[in-house]
Design a protein around this ligand. Structure first.
Ligand code: MN
Length: 474
């Protein structure tokens, strides 16, 4: 379900006819060479397609229209190779509805002191062409990205690659469909929001279904399908019955697999790629989906607990951006406030995504204090170490706000024998006190997306693309 289409990015150079056809041929050759080089690095997640040298307003306008209407195109990249009169770009750029990257580079990475002459200068004009082109983007208040540097520098490739992932996530955001099984948790404020505004601004479709609709799917799951999933589960993870009888353990695990198969089928049948549950809305279900939700997150579905549809959509969005690599729904669970130990322990009562596990997850069955249902099976594991970011989204009457800080991730300092859930420790890089204070002041909630692969800059770029507020806590 995580699969996104094989997107491409269209790349053009800006030039003009002032210096003759030979110059334009040279521009085309240089630009093709850059496209081939960047594709050849093997570092870009999506292919760049050279689409020509742009010299006229009509040509640029047609190019932008084509980019808009080609669903495989995730964004446009422009290099102002020559001094490209930017009035030519106004009409087309205003029509462009996809992310735009201005590659501010120059063909040579140096000044050729010994050979430079006016022919060279007539052709290689990026130094002032970039300013001319940038002026119009700035004046049009475009949310475009500028990547500045020589095209063969590793840093340039890395910045283009990171931006491509953001641009594809932006495109895919308009395909995010969240299925809400039940409403948000009663009395809770931060999980509420304006679903119509979310669709207008972020492209998210958010729909409600009574849990009874899911119960019909759960009841219809065939035992043979559960057998097959049980075998896969036993191969991927460690089955740990612990204090349970084998019969009770297997019953609870099989029920979660039944829920897993049923939810997946329900989402596929109805075209959803993210979902929410609420422990207050379980009529007709034996267990709150725990292991079931974990397996669906592993598969790439977005998820929000307690009806948190904003975080379900954000989880799906950032899973797309990260190619489902260690990017997970999370919750600020409990704190270590001692000097030298400052940290947030992240977990959830059940639903922690196993893609961040540093050990082999164990399938366990334990009672759950809330929800008043049977003991849910869940995966228990330890999180990982490394750099990461923690992100959330808040809805205010005047718009959505992304809130994010870079974090240091660590494993918990000790086992928690009486808290059988998956756990991840992290500390904001700016410090727990400063980071948490600014997070709370910005209205950031306790449900978040934790990622080991997305950078803070990508979240800033994402907010810029959407034109929404970003609280960048550093
Ligand atoms: Mn929660």
């Amino acid at each position: 379900m995580l699969n996104v289409k094989d997107y491409e990015f269209w790349f053009v150079a800006g030039s003009q006819h002032l210096y003759g056809e030979e110059a334009l041929k040279a521009v085309e050759k240089n630009t093709k060479e850059i496209a081939d080089y960047l594709n050849g690095t093997g570092k870009l997640p999506y292919k760049i397609v050279f689409k020509g040298v742009m010299t006229t307003a009509d040509g640029i306008t047609q190019f932008m229209k084509d980019a808009n209407y080609n669903d495989n195109v995730a964004g446009v990249m422009v290099w102002a190779h020559t001094f490209s009169p930017a009035k030519n770009w106004i009409r087309g750029t205003k029509l462009l509805q996809k992310p735009l990257l201005h590659l501010a580079t120059q063909y040579l990475n140096k000044i050729p002191y010994d050979t430079i002459d006016f022919d060279y200068m007539n052709l290689h004009q990026s130094a002032h062409g970039d300013r001319e082109y940038g002026y119009i983007n700035s004046r049009l208040k475009l949310n475009n990205k500028i990547v500045y540097g020589h095209w063969q520098d590793e840093e340039t490739t890395a910045e283009i690659a990171a931006w491509q992932d953001v641009a594809v996530a932006y495109n895919e955001s308009f395909n995010i469909r969240v299925c809400r099984f039940g409403d948000t948790m009663r009395d809770v404020a931060c999980t509420e929001g304006d679903k119509v505004e979310a669709q207008i601004k972020l492209g998210w479709t958010v729909d409600y279904y009574p849990v009874g609709d899911l119960v019909a799917y759960v009841d219809a799951v065939a035992e043979a399908d559960i057998d097959a999933e049980y075998a896969k589960l036993a191969e991927a993870y460690t089955l740990n019955p612990g204090h349970n009888t084998q019969e009770h353990f297997e019953h609870c695990v099989r029920y979660q697999l039944r829920e897993y198969i049923a939810i997946k089928k329900f989402l596929e049948d109805n075209g959803y790629n993210a979902f929410c549950t609420n422990f207050q809305t379980l009529l007709g279900l034996e267990e709150l989906p725990g292991l079931a939700a974990q397996l669906l997150m592993r598969d790439g579905y977005g998820f929000g607990a307690e009806g948190d549809w904003k975080l379900a959509a954000l989880t799906r969005l950032l899973k797309v951006m990260s190619h489902n690599d260690r990017t997970v729904f999370m919750e600020d669970y409990t704190l270590d406030l001692r000097k030298g130990h400052e940290a947030i322990l992240g977990a959830h009562m059940l639903e922690v995504d196993p893609t961040i596990a540093s050990d082999k997850p164990r399938v366990e069955v334990h009672p759950l204090g809330i929800g008043d249902k049977d003991d849910p099976a869940r995966l228990v594991f330890t999180g990982a170490e490394g750099d990461g970011i923690d992100v959330t989204i808040a809805d205010f009457r005047d718009g959505f706000r992304l809130i994010s800080y870079p974090v240091d991730c660590r494993k918990p300092e000790a086992e928690t024998p009486h808290l059988p859930v998956a756990k991840q420790l992290w500390t904001p890089k700016c410090g727990l006190k400063k980071g948490s204070t600014e997070w709370i002041k910005a209205g950031g909630e306790h449900h978040t997306v934790l990622s080991f692969t997305i950078t803070q800059q990508q979240i800033v770029d994402l907010a810029t693309m959407f034109g929404i507020e970003m609280v960048d806590i550093q």
